[in-house]
Design a protein around this ligand. Sequence first.
Ligand code: 26Q
Length: 822
Amino acid sequence: IRIEDDRTGLEIETLKRAILDNLFYIQGKFPEIATLNDYYMALAYTVRDRLIHRWLISSQTYTKVQPREVCYLSAEFLMGPHLGNNLINLGIYDRMRQAVQELGLNFEALLEQEEEPGLGNGGLGRLAACYLDSMATLDIPSVGYGIRYEFGIFDQDIHDGWQVEITDKWLKNGNPWEIARPEWAFEVKFGGRTERYTDEKGRSRVKWIPDRMVQGVPYDTPILGYETSSTNTLRLWSAQAVESFDFRAFNAGDYYGAVGNKVFSENLSKVLYPNDEQIQGKQLRLEQQYFFVSCSLQDMIRTHCDRRGLPISIFHEKFTVQLNDTHPAIAVAELMRLLLDEHGIEWDQAWHITQSTMAYTNHTLLPEALERWAVGLFGSLLPRHLEIIYEINGRFLNEVRLRYPKDDERIRRMSIIDESGDRYVRMANLATLGSYSINGVAELHTQLLKQDVLHDFAEMYPERFNNKTNGVTPRRFMVLSNPRLTKLITSKIGDHWIRNLQELRQLESFVEDLEFRSEWRQIKLAIKRDLANYIQEQNGIEVNVDSIFDIQAKRFHEYKRQHLNVLHIITLYNRLKANPNLDITPRTFIFGGKAAPGYQMAKLIIKLINSVADVVNSDPDVRDRIKVVFLKDYNVKFAQRVYPAADLSEQISTAGKEASGTGNMKFSMNGALTIGTLDGANIEIREEVGAENFFLFGLTASKVSQIKAKGYDPMQYYIANSELKAAIDRINSGFFSKGDTALFKPLVGSLMYQDPYLLFADYQSYIDVQTQVGEAYRDQDHWTRMSILNTARMGKFSSDRSIREYVKEVWKIDPLKICPPN
Ligand code: 26Q
């Protein structure tokens, strides 16, 4: 017999031996006293061992072949748990389950044990994670660069209906997936001043004399693709004090000063800012951005020049940088600085290299979410970068003047510096100007981007603008999260759909198969039962698994309009109170999501949902026809259980506000129907699944701007619509707040007098279509057909398709096959 190596073997006996070996030698425990976490760690190391060989071969191959690579720069990577995903991508999920069970352990409990790395807020961070999976799967040489936050997105608890934030200590039990590489650290400078000098060739150069310095230490996580050996790197930077600085202060006798410097330095990567879509201009945030961008660019240049021995002049031929929103946009100025000041390259060549390297993805049209930094703050932190930005801007505006003479308004709009009041650096303008490609994340979003936020740039450089509709990875959001559906699909069409999601189309031919429909329905029911049990345990609420599971799970924001959903609930409640025998289709309304800690209105909407839940769930008149559930602490791990359980997915943002949405895709892939507006990727989802399999309501984006331009008056709707009025009055009366009429005033007041997201204008249309949903659900057979067709037609929304488009149309990179270890 042949005995497999404990670190690489894939047979069940080998896996069992390896787990026990890691328990002994890594965790240092005998089985008798090992905790669940010890076993989780032993299992995780067993999986990691099997990644490492592929990982080393991958980097060795990249060093040898010197392929063109993409570096995905993102302040957030919302990875979710690694264990299950790595087992899927290694192709040993079932075998490992077997091995674990033969050791007498509970496989599900071990998967559940992993603390998720929540290093992101929501869609943007999760998109970066899906793209890493697809880049590895498609054999694209790539690196993800970001920040190793010690505290990720906060954990959410609910006290008396209110959100309470708890620090996320995700590293408390150690992280088996990362490897620290202190030998590859870089220094990052802050503050101080610049000096001009003449170099040995007599050229005028600039030196930056900082007043602080921080070290960035890389922590690497392997990212294995599905059914391939390509294993790329997620490299996250952790801030550490620079030793020499400590010693200087220490030698001068200033021990406390030295320790203070250490504290300052390590603060940098301490915590993820929990805001999405609303920015505050905090200095620490800019420090974080510059910190990880500088480390990443230095790392690329070192790889290029030192490890590969290539000239800096062809940097842009070997590297392209994708900027995930403007959070890393300082990269434009930093690469210029490195080329000019550290490598002595002339301006024009440096600008050519920079502009040929950077590509920028925009994720938002909301004006309040566009990043800008006060010039004073910016200049005191990054004096050299401000000089460089002024120079870029001066040269650029000269071109604009040549092209559009005497158009001062245009100059003001296009300037990187906003001078309309206090002066700000506009990061979107910097990113746009510094990039060879600028893209939006859904067709509508790209169109509005070109029409609106970046209109002048799109007019001047139309060829640089393009659309890349978002996608999500079917490995995590179907195979891993929905094993039952995966098994059924695979039994009918084989398993190639996991790599080529368009093959799901073959399911269309099973729509007429009665047996198949019945299996489809039973699977959805079984998954709903699981979620119902969870709800019973967590919330103490009993829900009817035959009711419509109507789910809205996403960050809380007024533009996403969770409160429109609440107005529907209250409307149904009012109808039931008025007519206790009303025959309505039973529904379970499920919400999940976090609010930014400083966003009072979003927090008040959470409180409203929980207040309505308390009343509705305990009112005997309702007779269990409607239930309202708020599931706390919605994160990636939990989302994987939620998407498969939905009958109805709520995608109800005001048209023109949601850049794309990606949760909408995850729901629909798992057979939920969507109720949604013509916003973001909803439009394209509806195009794919067919209008007859999608519940559309609401104003279009152009109608929304028209109405706003004419002067929108929500009060007119309130007066004219008795059910809307009754719903609002119900909240106002204190009915949901134990008589406290003040509690929801800010929310109701905002709706009645401003309603910036047009809830009132869309209310009736929403209610009407919800009625159609209720009716459609009664025909279970027809609903099942629609559900199957949703899954069958979602192939476009695989992140593999998005990445293929980036590769072909933006990055121009060739795939590089990695030889499997023998
Ligand atoms: C910026 C500056 C300071 C502090 C925080 C931020 C910040 C952080 C995160 C701003 C925005 C975000 C996140 C934005 C986001 O998630 N946008 C979503 O991106 C998805 C992927 O493209 C889209 O599908 C969503 O429509 C979009 O809202």
